[in-house]
Design a protein around this ligand. Structure first.
Ligand code: ZN
Ligand code: ZN
Length: 178
């Protein structure tokens, strides 16, 4: 089903219910809204088990899929596997000491609602790497000319080779001349 903003908790049977969300267009909207340079490779699927309790609700599930993010070294798109488990309990009562935060449940018109979208988004963000890489040993961009060094050595790298090697190179040339 579509990744809904809010669903009524009273539609969930007491014994709980498993829900599956696959909604590529909603993810595009979310990435756009949070200005995340991200593209889908394999559809993100959110499985969510909703387990109503006496004084709150348990959410268990997973966000899985594959996206492409800009490599933090060379800026080329790199693939990132997303696989993050959801395991949260939301209480209907909020302690006075609890800091205000955006919660995935709310009470409105005398009913409780939960947000599959918010649960999926929060866990998707947790799954993101701090520094995405296209490959584990990406060489990145040259700090001198900005060339992608993965595609081969740029001029600066050749010029900055160990000076002792440069001497050897000259020796070879000289020998040829002699
Ligand atoms: Zn890279
Ligand atoms: Zn360079």
């Amino acid at each position: 089903m579509l990744l809904m903003d809010w669903l009524s908790l009273s539609d969930i049977p007491d014994e709980g219910q498993k829900l599956y969300f696959e909604d590529d267009s909603k993810w595009l909207l979310l990435w756009d809204r949070f200005a995340l340079d991200c593209k889908a490779r394999k559809s993100l699927i959110t499985s969510l088990e909703v387990l109503p309790q006496q004084d709150g609700v348990y959410f268990r599930g997973r966000v899985q899929g594959q996206i492409a993010l800009s490599c933090s070294r060379c800026l080329e798109p790199g693939l990132v596997d997303i696989d993050y488990s959801i395991d949260v309990y939301e209480s209907f009562t909020v302690g006075p000491e609890e800091l205000p935060r955006q919660r995935p449940i709310k009470q409105e018109n005398g009913k409780w609602w939960f947000s599959p979208e918010q649960l999926a988004w929060e866990h998707f963000v947790l799954a993101l790497p701090d520094k995405p890489l296209c490959t584990r040993d990406c060489l990145g961009l040259c700090s001198g000319c900005g060339e992608n060094i993965n595609h081969g050595m740029c001029v600066c790298v050749e010029e900055n080779l160990d000076p002792r090697l440069a001497v050897l190179r000259n020796l070879k040339i000289n020998r040829k001349r002699g």
